[in-house]
Design a protein around this ligand. Structure first.
Ligand code: SAM
Length: 455
């Protein structure tokens, strides 16, 4: 889509109003920074139970059924209900294995909050707004977004807002509940209940937790997925003289307690169905689960209205080998001590775009730096710094800002991608003889994907 200058000007006025209203009410920066640090310490202190051996579980499985796909390996390691990395660990934060943008700075979530409101307004201010977050981590992003909602209560006047969290990890859902509902949530007593936990924020917004997206009720929804798609299992394929072959995980015959990669000698169901005929690369990763999720989100947007914002490490169909592990903020061999480290693969946004099937409009990917700058991060920083006289906190704010937008850090490695209902971008039709006042206004341009002026 080409965004013209008229749309840009229009976006400028509406979003400027939202941004300037949020920025008039800064949360005291030192309080926010200290709260985040305290939370991370609390979480790492809680990990004390001995871990059942994931390696034993995997070697048993491979001995029983033969080598497993990388997707199965990743699924088991990350989300096995008993020993999975996400199910058992509190991994986020300075004392964990990795840190994410919402944990680095409150500004990140605030700007996403403005984006969500701007999309809700662009859709004609529906009476109900479901905010759906996939993989909410510690709940910090949702909490920062909801703070913006309460600052802009009058904008949302008459709209009933609810929060729907899709989370595989019971441990993390408890952390999210603490962050968002102050611990007043209740777990469902029935395994069959699609809502496995429910609660209410201090402002009275209902919060629901689900194991999968299918369980979230239909309705106008804005979907947020930050560092979620990169945690979904990937299949990996190698071009060989005999054609495409799937990479599998097997037991190393030299050392029975070690795993190694092997190439499948014959085609697998995945290698026969997931490679595009026009593929030019010689090594390819395909996240079939991500493709299915994007199809589900697209269908919901088409049927019920809404938008999705997906932010992740990624590429547009160009990279080849991005599967990697992280432990204690360092790269970690993906096959060694499975379950003790995070596993991740860059998101292929061109694949996600293909999987929408054209039912929705796709914007991006654009870099995090561009998205945040377009959303007004510089103006937000100015307000926070103006309200902060404490030297160390100012330094912390500046460091966080640099981490988010510096191209060498997260500024260019993180990408933002959006799915929108086609009507959201439709230009008003010009009809012969139509009076000026009868014309529908041009749609609000989509925040973050185009420049705004705060002058
Ligand atoms: C890398 S963390 C990102 C957390 C958060 N979005 C952030 O940016 O701080 C991935 C999150 O997705 C959840 N998750 C991973 N795989 C999942 C799955 N298949 N279904 C639901 N949640 C999942 C994890 O438990 C965790 O909350």
């Amino acid at each position: 889509m080409i965004i013209n200058s008229r749309m840009r000007a229009c976006f400028g006025v509406k979003t400027q109003q939202l941004i300037s209203r949020v920025f008039r009410h800064p949360v005291h920066p030192s309080a926010a920074v200290q709260w985040r640090l305290a939370q991370s310490r609390l979480l790492s202190a809680g990990e004390s139970k001995p871990r059942p051996s994931m390696l034993k579980h995997l070697t048993f499985k491979i001995k029983a059924t033969g080598p497993i796909t990388v997707a199965e390996y990743m699924r088991e390691v990350l989300t096995n209900p008993v020993t999975g990395y996400y199910v058992r660990n509190n991994m986020l934060g300075p004392d964990g294995d990795f840190i994410t943008s919402p944990e680095i700075s409150q500004i990140f979530g605030e700007l996403l909050g403005v984006w969500i409101l701007s999309e809700w307004m662009g859709a004609g201010r529906p009476k109900h707004l479901q905010l759906v977050e996939l993989g909410p981590g510690k709940g910090s992003l949702a909490s920062d977004i909801l703070r913006v909602f309460s600052q802009l209560k009058s904008v949302l006047d008459g709209c009933s807002v609810s929060l729907h969290l899709v989370e595989v990890s019971p441990a993390l859902s408890a952390v999210q509940a603490q962050t968002l509902t102050g611990g007043s949530s209740v777990e469902s007593s029935s395994e069959d209940d699609p809502v496995f936990r429910r609660g209410e924020t201090s402002a009275g917004l209902p919060v629901f937790w689900y194991r999968c997206l299918e369980d979230v009720p239909a309705g106008f929804s804005i979907f947020i997925a930050h560092e979620f798609f990169d945690a979904l299992p990937i299949h990996t394929f190698q071009r060989t003289p005999k054609g495409w072959r799937e990479v599998l995980v097997d037991i190393d015959p030299e050392k029975q307690n070690r795993l190694r990669f092997v190439i499948s000698p014959s085609p697998t169901p995945a290698s026969s169905s997931l490679i595009q005929p026009e593929e030019r690369r010689s090594h390819v990763e395909v996240c079939a689960d991500g493709g299915v999720l994007v199809q589900q989100i697209s269908r919901r947007i088409v049927e019920d209205g809404g938008a999705a914002l997906i932010a992740d490490y990624g590429h547009d169909g160009t990279k080849t080998d991005t599967f990697r592990g992280f432990k204690g903020h360092r790269l970690h061999d993906v096959l060694s001590s499975p379950g003790s480290a995070d596993l991740t693969a860059d998101v292929d946004f061109s694949f996600l775009r293909t999987m929408t099937g054209g039912g929705v409009a796709c914007l991006g990917p654009v870099t995090q730096k561009m998205f945040l700058k377009n959303m007004g991060i510089d103006a937000r920083m100015e307000v926070l710094l103006r309200n902060c006289s404490d030297g160390p906190t100012r330094m912390q704010l500046i460091r966080s800002y640099d981490m988010l937008v510096n191209p060498e850090k997260m500024g260019e490695r993180f990408l933002f991608f959006s799915l929108l209902h086609h009507s959201r971008l439709a230009k008003p039709k010009k009809t012969e003889g139509m009076k000026l006042e009868d014309k529908k206004p041009a749609p609000l341009p989509v925040g973050g994907f185009t420049e705004i002026s705060l002058s």
